[in-house]
Ligand binder design. Structure first.
Ligand SMILES: [Cu+2]
Length: 146
């Protein structure tokens, strides 16, 4: 009986430890308020969100994938000689305690060649891969503005 109690206690401790590991991981890189503008099949759209880095070290967003678009690229919009240009980014760095906002006229995820229409109220999943934090799947809400 005593042995059984010890085993059960041990199991509880193990479960608690693995849960706290999970939440510690969630406290690393946090992605919030993901949204995208409505668009039509074959056309592009862009995904925006906030990334918060609660790690003690810099992390990098390395790549993006989704089922909704043929190509998924990390872009940065900026003014070059009075015109708005988009440049594909090899990675995006997020420093410790930094909140980086992906937003119109700045960083965004470019969805190229949508496989279906996306309408206001729709939701879809994209997967972000970070150098330190690994893969994060997020739900993107389709709406006209943030
Ligand atoms: Cu773009």
């Amino acid at each position: 009986m005593r042995k059984l109690i010890i085993v059960i206690n041990l199991l509880i401790v193990m479960v608690l430890v693995s849960c706290s590991n999970l939440s510690a991981k969630d406290n690393g890189i946090k992605i919030e308020k993901a949204w995208a503008r409505p668009s039509l099949q074959g056309n592009p759209s862009a995904v925006y969100f906030k990334i918060e880095n609660n790690l003690k070290e810099t992390d990098r967003l390395l790549s993006v994938s989704s089922q909704i678009a043929e190509f998924n690229e990390i872009h940065l919009s900026s003014m070059v000689d009075g015109t708005m240009k988009m440049m594909e980014q090899e990675f995006v760095e997020i420093k410790p305690n930094q909140v980086l906002e992906f937003k119109p006229m700045s960083y965004h995820i470019m969805l190229i060649d949508l496989k279906q229409d996306i309408k206001p109220g729709d939701q879809f999943e994209i997967s972000l891969t970070f150098e330190k934090s690994g893969q994060k799947n997020i739900i993107v809400e389709v709406k006209e503005t943030e």
